[in-house]
Design a protein around this ligand. Structure first.
Ligand SMILES: [Zn+2]
Length: 381
């Protein structure tokens, strides 16, 4: 919801930068007894300025890692210092305001900042957040942070074996959970996450889908082998990028060319496991966009038996009510470079781009993913 800037009766001027006492700086800026911090894990090193309207006013420049780029204007920062009310203006260099802010006090839970504390300019190029600082630091972000420490915690939560399948451009380990099929003749399922760093609802969906698949395997209801690569772009996640990897390449346009180490690592793993088309029953690539959506292969792109399996899964999900908001679309992508397109074309399997919704509640995102995993198992997994 947008509140006109003029309605924010906060008593501070909005003229930007005029008379600024400080030059733009990375890693945050201080104003009197309060400090705005940037440049930490998943929080980009956005240029920060003290506003000219007094000690309670900051401006952050929200800029992408490269242009042109898809408009996923990610932001994250922490405000810390003297209790009081503060105003932080997000100044967008290459996109309009998209993500409604979340806040977290200290180590508490993330919650949405009330819409009446967010004022967006008519052209979307500025958003002013009205923030109240209590006794401790206040984190603010475009989505609840899900950073590399959270992925390390996943490795504790999910039983191994985990393996390193390659290194990112910056040398971070690319990690995969690999669990063999539990019956002769059972196939494999591949799950990919975080090609695009800001798409955190997609991470919740992967988390819930895999949790449920593990439970179903333990219960003897799913025999498939599982390959889970929860974070394919760790460099972008750590840097707080909008879209790209450290080489400024969109990984989800690289599955045909395989120019990037992150994508090559996936194929090297499939080779190491001696998997060939026919062995892979399911590939789900988790993302997020404005609304919940399931991009699926078209019937004619798949062998009849595979298409029938997809139909059975879709029918089961529909009967379970999942499609009241999660819209299935059997699409033929214009560019056949994505993970979905390449696994459809080359592996002739059920290859899905799962788009969680930017604004969908975390509980609903997780519920849909859990039920989709159950219906996959029940429909023949
Ligand atoms: Zn995406």
């Amino acid at each position: 919801m947008k509140t006109p800037l003029a309605l924010l009766a906060f008593g501070l001027g909005l003229s930007l930068f005029a008379g600024c006492a400080t030059a733009p700086s990375g890693a945050g800026c201080a104003s009197g007894a309060v400090r705005l911090e940037t440049g930490y894990d998943s929080a980009p090193d956005s240029a920060c300025r003290r506003g000219d309207a007094g000690a309670a006013h900051f401006t952050l420049v929200i800029a992408p890692e490269a242009e042109p780029i898809n408009p996923s204007p990610w932001y994250a920062f922490t405000l810390d210092g003297a209790p009081g009310r503060y105003r932080v203006e997000l100044n967008y260099a290459a996109a309009a305001h998209r993500y409604a802010p979340w806040i977290r006090s200290g180590a508490g839970d993330w919650r949405r900042l009330g819409a009446d504390h967010v004022a967006v300019a008519d052209d979307g190029r500025r958003a002013v957040l009205e923030l109240t600082l209590g006794g401790g630091p206040l984190q603010v972000a475009a989505q609840p942070l899900y950073d590399l420490d959270d992925y390390a915690a996943l490795e504790q939560r999910w039983p191994g074996p985990w393996r390193t399948i390659g290194l990112s451009v910056e040398g971070r380990a690319l990690r995969a959970l690999v669990l063999e099929p539990m019956a002769d003749g059972a196939g494999w399922a591949l799950f990919l996450g975080r090609q695009h760093p800001p798409e955190i609802p997609g991470a919740w969906a992967l988390d819930a889908f895999v949790d449920e698949a593990l439970r179903l395997r333990e219960a003897g209801l799913l025999a498939s082998g599982l390959i889970v690569i929860p974070v394919l772009n760790p460099d972008g996640v750590d840097a707080g990028y909008w879209r790209l990897n450290e080489n400024r390449v969109d990984l989800n346009r690289d599955w045909r060319g395989r120019s990037q180490p992150e994508v090559r690592a996936v194929f090297a793993l499939l080779d190491a496991l001696s998997l060939a088309p026919g062995d892979l029953e399911l590939m789900v690539d988790f993302h997020a966009t404005v609304a919940e959506r399931l991009y699926l292969p078209q019937a004619e792109e798949l062998p009849a038996q595979v298409s029938a399996r997809l139909d059975a899964w879709l029918a089961a999900m529909e009967a379970d009510g999942v499609f009241q908001t999660l819209e299935p679309m059997r699409t033929n992508p214009r560019l056949r470079f994505s993970a979905k397109a390449v696994f459809t074309d080359d592996w002739r399997t059920v290859a899905v781009t799962w788009e969680a919704g930017d604004e969908t509640s975390p509980d609903q995102v997780r519920d849909h993913a859990r039920r989709a995993a159950q219906q996959w198992a029940l429909s023949g997994g």
